[in-house]
Design a protein around this ligand. Sequence first.
Ligand code: 4AD
Ligand code: MG
Length: 467
Amino acid sequence: MSIKRTKIADVFKATPVGSEVTVMGWVRTKRGGKSVTFIALNDGSTIHNLQVVIVPNEENEETLKLVTTGASVSIVGVVVESQGKGQNVEVQANSITVLGTADPNTYPLQKKGHSMEFLREIAHLRPRTNTFGAVFRIRHHMAMAIHTFFHNKGFYYFHTPLITASDAEGAGQMFKVTTLDLNNLPLTESGEIDYSEDFFGRHANLTVSGQLEGELAAMALGGIYTFGPTFRAENSNTPRHLAEFWMIEPEVAFFDNEDNQNLAEEFIKYCLQWALDHCEDDLKFLNDMIDKELLDRIKFVLDKPFVRLKYTEGIEILEKAVKDGVKFEFPIFWGADLASEHERYLVEQHFKAPVILTDYPKEIKSFYMKQNDDGKTVRAMDVLFPKIGEIIGGSEREADFDKLTQRAIDMGVPHEEMWWYWDTRRYGTAPHAGFGLGFERLLLFVTGMSNIRDVIPFPRTPNNAEF
Ligand code: 4AD
Ligand code: MG
């Protein structure tokens, strides 16, 4: 027979004093002595532990011995006003059942604070800590914010494939998907791997971006967005890179690069406001424990119009900074790809506001971006954020068939297998634009966590695919 369980969040919010409740959760701590025992119980519904007060007696003596940190328990009791600090109500237990024990000699989570590095090694248990509980609740709420934002704007959620034959970014950072026997590869007569014998009858990869298929959809549905995992085999061991990350990619017909910037700014601000509105307790906890400037930083970005400037102007500012004695690790000159130190200098030191940088040199951007008349730059836009650097990358797309295909040829993009993409420019081409937001980069900003491995449940990075 199923038991009606009250979530701890509802005990705090919606349960009148005097009610009998059944609560279930995991023991965070147990303290007290002969006359009374206090259990701090958490069930994931809120950052706040419920204090359970239980009077030890002969009947529950053996059970209470099993109530240790990490054990799961079911408690029937009455909601009463709390005398203790920090909570308005607690539960006076009438009975307690241990659902699952946790041997205190081996259970790795103890009351003392653990390092983020250690918690990564026990990623299967870290959601049980306050910090990761908060982070993963916020992750959920941000996903809801994203779907709500686009749905309310009349965009359609469009599902692009994860397995693909094309390299959308042309950066060659793809993971192969194959069922061939790697120890016994079929070869063609000229000695190359014969992918015609592979599962798909051709070589295939995990996608680095849903954009190209997203463009096909935008050319029919008007405005779409994708929200799914993307995979990049880039060997960058930084606090901002994952080999598997989630990306949100809106793509909009009849949009130019300015519309694109407006959408990006409105979108990010909507998500940040949503976090303030829906994640108050978790944000407050993270602000207290992880990053004392978190809430101020979120509010600051909400209040500020994003600075918009061209790449060329950005380079001028950075070159002047170098002249004035600012030291960067990587050289800066017109044509250079910005490193995150440069991006953060513009945002944190120079403008003290988020920056949308546009019109980058075409050599450092993808083939599909709309070419400017100067012959040198493309209508790219990157949104740069405090603490993060690049949080969004996007552009207006080259809508002209000849210009697009010529650029693709110049950049060595395989032509034949992309026939379907060229068709969008052949039939009813239209101006359009879009961008990609790195979901975990957004979460870094919203949670104040400093390593991207700590905002995704099970991070995949070079040499790490545990769990
Ligand atoms: O700038 P990127 O490479 O742009 C694209 O993929 C375009 N197709 C997007 C579009 O126009 N539809 O990636 C977009 C964003 C970056 O700004 C960054 O936030 C995030 O994705 N990102 C990563 N996040 C975590 N780990 C990585 N390795 C990432 N690479 C990119
Ligand atoms: Mg980018």
